[in-house]
Design a protein around this ligand. Structure first.
Ligand SMILES: [Zn+2]
Length: 392
């Protein structure tokens, strides 16, 4: 379907300032013309014609950290561990649809039991189910200490880790996800994989042409992951100046996932949470914000991710993640770019999507209002286009 969106406000994601009264034409799913409405060549036949007055057109958003097999809520981890494979597969179908309708046209799924996220990624790619373009990690990979054992593919030596990575690649994974930090029973943080296993993992992923993401909450493991050449630090709750400077130097991305502590705090206050869990949540909140501010100051690349499904956050609320990053000091423009151009760069799909430019795939969202003056407007999704097809 060919289409034109006329006279809209355009935030193209390239870093340019917003422009008004712009028209965008799409031909065969590709953005084919952008300019002032008065300069637009003659209208074509059979072209869907959308009046964009009062609306803002932004690139389709990208959530770099989701788990489609989980619904969120305070019981999220119990459900991830206890749901049958059939049930969490069906949940993932609904959650992929939810994310897409909220304006998320691409996403990473960074861990699912039995690697079911790869099936979901194939499902959306084939058109069998509705959802974003998904790059899926397959199973979460860890040494003991990061996540509950039943959740993940647990390994204990570099050789076992390498085998597990090769299994994900054989199964069709689009990236590799490892846990690099853990907590001992007494609450002490430690680097769970350590330098040797991290180096093996980074080399194996990169040799296969894949990016590798590391779950990092503690200081030691985060530093080890950055030194080993991990592409993105997920959460990055506890960092020091030295590690942040190294991230800036090496171009390592941070995915702050602030929705994790935000939803836990909100739901914990409403539905009750043991005092020690609330204290832990507030400690993570404080450190996550401090770490984020440090990353901003030093110019670390930041991409948006909600951890929806892997924590109490639900799918469909990437707008909240952007609000949290803005509250912590990021400019509105940079926050929007962290969920579009920067995220596309991390996923390796920037030549196809992530900005609204002629020649790119028409993954775009029409917002009712102006997110540039009010980020809450991002919740008012009026239309979503995926490869030029309108999905809502
Ligand atoms: Zn996660």
């Amino acid at each position: 379907m060919d289409l034109v969106i006329r006279n809209t406000r355009l935030i193209d994601g390239t870093g340019a300032d917003p422009t008004n009264r712009v028209s965008v034409e799409v031909t065969n799913g590709t953005i084919s013309w952008i300019g002032e409405e008065t300069a637009r060549p003659q209208r074509k036949a059979h072209q869907e014609d959308i009046n964009g007055e009062g609306l803002t057109l932004i690139p389709g958003m990208i959530d770099c950290h989701e788990h489609f097999t989980g619904d969120g809520g305070l019981e999220s981890m119990d459900r991830l561990l206890d749901d049958t494979q059939e049930i969490f597969t069906l949940k993932a179908v609904g959650n992929a649809r939810r994310a897409l309708l909220s304006g998320v046209t691409s996403a990473r799924d960074v861990g699912a039991r039995y690697g079911i996220n790869i099936l979901i990624a194939k499902g959306t790619a084939s058109g069998a189910i509705m959802g974003p373009r998904i790059i899926a990690a397959g199973e979460w990979l860890q040494y003991p200490g990061t996540w509950p054992a039943g959740l993940t593919r647990r390994t204990e030596t570099p050789e076992e880790l390498l085998l597990a990575i090769r299994d994900q690649i054989d199964n069709g994974a689009g990236l590799i996800k490892v846990g690099a930090t853990g907590f001992r029973a007494n609450g002490e943080q430690f680097g769970s994989l350590g330098p040797e296993a991290l180096n093996v993992a980074v080399r194996a992923a990169h040799e296969a042409g894949l990016k590798i993401a590391a779950h990092c909450h503690g200081f030691e493991g985060t530093q080890q992951a950055v030194e080993a050449g991990i592409d993105s630090i997920e959460h990055g709750t506890y960092t020091d100046e030295e590690t942040i400077r190294l991230m800036a130097q090496k171009g390592t991305y941070m995915i702050p996932t602030m929705s994790t502590w935000d939803t836990r705090e909100r739901l914990g206050n409403q539905y009750g949470m043991p005092a020690h869990q609330m204290a832990d949540t507030l400690d993570r909140k404080e450190n996550s914000i401090a770490s984020f501010k440090r990353a901003l100051r030093e110019g670390v690349k930041i991409a948006a991710g909600t951890d929806a499904g892997g924590c109490p956050a639900r799918h469909g609320f990437i707008a909240r993640e952007l609000e949290l990053m803005i509250d912590a000091g990021m400019s509105l423009k940079a926050a929007l770019e962290s969920a579009t151009r920067e995220a596309a760069n991390l996923l390796g799909i920037l030549d196809e999507v992530g900005t609204i430019e002629v020649g790119k795939q028409a993954d775009m969202v029409l917002i009712d209002g102006d997110p540039h003056s009010d980020p809450a407007a991002l919740r008012n999704v009026w239309a979503v286009f995926q490869g030029g097809s309108r999905v809502t």
